[in-house]
Every structure is written in structure tokens, then in C-alpha cells.
Ligand binder design. Structure first.
Ligand SMILES: [Fe+2]
Length: 339
């Protein structure tokens, strides 16, 4: 089943098709890709790279399960604060897409990245005014962004019943081997191995897709010991050609779903409703204008479906569809601030 077909399938009447949590997270990862300025299946391919590396490095089944779910969830928080990103930086898609191209070792690259993207697309005077406002107190927005980012993602994982190991690993998504990431000071082998694998897989997937195998090998080597765990880089470098060739030969969606090391049981109807409500609340956090929007649409749609005389299973279908109707509608937040 292709990714697009799967997008149409989820939320289908009842759960007789037997949807499981991994499939729903797979759909969320596709939407997350779009919000990050990446093509769909970036996170699925990242998941396969991290998972296959974890097999080659001899991680046990439990750890591979954490790698699997961490890969599918690592970046979903990047869209939680899209409104604030657009407020300060203009085009948040470009901001996030460019982040993978930058080696943030040392203060200079980070400064160039910030200055290069700050109020992008606005006139010079407007950029200067926003810069002063940012320095005068807007930087607190940045702190709040990060705080809300992790609060929203962790709340989502808690509501989905994900293991503490997954929650801890996703919480280290921005950690660096040299300890200069977030959380600040967390480095080396104190970073959970799933986070170290996903960190590398994310970047090499993009470099391989956009510039080829040599570019992926080069960026891994350049950042070994700074952003990346040198042992993970070594394992990757020895297997990279075969690993990417494997990826290019498979249907990514099917490969990820069959690679799930955990034995996900099929969700009951109540569990499916719970996941879709959690997704609805999570997606609405993207903008202060949409908080509670999806639940409101679901309530209205459910009432309308009943008023139209639909049978109970169709009423359920309408409510579920309404809960996730904005999942892939990643409004370009920068447009809010353009006029
Ligand atoms: Fe909507």
C-alpha cells in the first residue's frame, strides 16, 4: 500500500481493517515531513536507516523497538511552534529544511544560520525592527517555543501509551555527542543510543537523497565526534552503500510497517478514538488560532451526521475524519505575518 493510499485509509469506518499504532505514527510522520520542508517518507527512510544500523550494531529487540518509535516521533515537535518560528524567521519551512545542512559546531555557524534566516523575506528596516524586538524580549519566545515543543510531544507520547524509553529518547532528539546540543551538557554515551542513531539517520538520509552517497559519507565523517557518535558513524560508513541500495529497492511504507520489532496489536475502536483525539489536540497546537479547533469540528460534524440520520458507524466515521481533517493541512504560518 502506498503512503498516499494509507493516508486515505486511516480513519476508515470502524477498525475492522486492524489499524495499529505504528501505522498511525507513520501517517503522522508523513505530515511532519511536509511541515519540515522535506518530501514525504523522509522520516520513514530515516527509520529504516536507524533500524538497520541498530541491527548491524547488535542492539537487542527491546532497544530496536525504542529506535523504531523514536524514529517515527523524533521530529513531530518541530511543527508545534511553527507560528512562533514564522513570526521571527519568516519562512519556517526553509528554516527547518536548512537546519540539516548546517554543522552547528562552534558559535559562528549558529550565528550565521540565525542571522541568515531572521525575518527572511522582509525589508531591511523591518528586519532591523524585528531584530531589536527579539533582543528586547523576543528571545524569551524562543525559550517558550522549546518548552512548549517538548511538553506537547511528551504529552502526545504519554497519551499514546509509549514506553518511557521512547519518551526519553525523543527528549534527546537535539542532543549532540560533544554535549553542545539540547539538553545542554548531555553528551557522549550519556545520550541514549536510539537518539544517537536517529540523529545520524536524519542527516544522512537528506544528504544521500539530495546529493548522493559520497555526500552522505562525507557529512557523517565531518560531524563524527561533534554532532554524531563516532562509533555510529563507523558502523554507518562500513555499510552505507548496501544500506542505501536496500532502501531504494523497497516500498518504504511496507518496509517500515513490516520492520516493526514490537508486536503491535491491532487497536480497539476505543483505542483508535483515543489516538485520533490525541493527534487532533497535538496538531491544533501548531497555532494559537487553532487550539481546540479539531475537537470543535469533530463535535459539530458528529451532531450534523446524527441530524442527517446517518447510521451509528457512519457517525463514528464522520467524527474520526473530522478529528484528523487538519493533519496534513500544514498551513504556511509565515503567510500570517506577510501582510
Ligand atoms: Fe480545519
Amino acid at each position: 500500500m502506498s503512503s498516499n493510499t494509507r493516508l486515505q485509509h486511516v480513519g476508515h469506518q470502524g477498525n475492522s481493517g486492524g489499524t495499529n499504532l505504528a501505522e498511525l505514527l507513520g501517517v503522522l510522520s508523513l505530515a511532519t515531513d511536509l511541515g519540515m520542508g522535506q518530501p514525504m517518507e523522509h522520516m520513514l527512510r530515516q527509520c529504516l536507516i536507524a533500524l538497520r544500523l541498530s541491527e548491524r550494531m547488535g542492539l537487542d529487540e527491546s532497544d530496536r523497538g525504542v529506535v523504531y518509535y523514536t524514529s517515527l516521533l523524533a521530529w513531530v515537535g518541530c511543527n508545534v511552534d511553527a507560528y512562533e518560528q514564522a513570526k521571527w524567521f519568516g519562512d519556517e519551512f526553509v528554516l527547518k529544511a536548512d537546519a540539516r545542512l548546517v554543522d552547528f559546531t562552534g558559535p559562528a555557524p549558529a550565528m550565521r544560520y540565525m542571522v541568515g534566516h531572521f525575518a527572511a523575506g522582509k525589508p531591511v528596516l523591518e528586519r532591523a525592527r524585528l531584530a531589536l524586538a527579539f533582543l528586547a524580549g523576543g528571545h524569551r519566545d524562543g525559550e517558550v517555543m522549546l518548552e512548549n515543543h517538548w511538553r506537547a510531544v511528551d504529552d502526545l507520547m504519554l497519551r499514546l501509551g509509549l514506553a518511557q524509553g521512547v519518551r526519553d529518547s525523543v527528549g534527546q532528539t537535539f542532543a549532540r555527542w560533544d554535549g553542545k546540543g539540547v539538553p545542554r551538557g548531555l553528551g557522549g554515551e550519556d545520550i541514549l543510543i536510539p537518539s544517537r542513531l536517529v540523529n545520524l539517520a536524519d542527516v544522512v538520509e537528506m544528504f544521500h537523497r539530495t546529493a548522493g552517497l559520497d555526500a552522505a559519507l562525507t557529512v557523517a565523517a565531518q560531524r563524527a565526534g561533534t554532532q554524531f557518535d563516532p562509533a555510529v558513524v563507523e558502523a554507518f560508513s562500513g555499510e552505507a552503500a548496501a544500506l542505501f541500495a536496500e532502501l531504494d529497492d523497497v516500498n518504504c511504507w511496507d518496509a517500515v510497517m513490516t520492520a516493526n520489532p514490537a508486536s503491535d496489536s491491532r487497536l480497539t475502536d476505543d483505542e483508535l478514538d483515543n489516538v485520533l483525539e490525541a493527534f487532533a489536540d497535538f496538531v491544533d497546537v501548531k497555532s494559537p488560532y487553532t487550539i481546540g479547533h479539531s475537537r470543535g469540528v469533530a463535535d459539530l460534524s458528529e451532531d450534523a451526521a446524527r441530524a442527517c440520520g446517518l447510521n451509528p458507524s457512519d457517525v463514528t466515521l464522520v467524527r474520526r475524519a473530522a478529528l484528523v481533517h487538519d493533519l496534513t493541512n500544514h498551513v504556511h504560518q509565515s503567510q500570517v505575518f506577510r501582510n
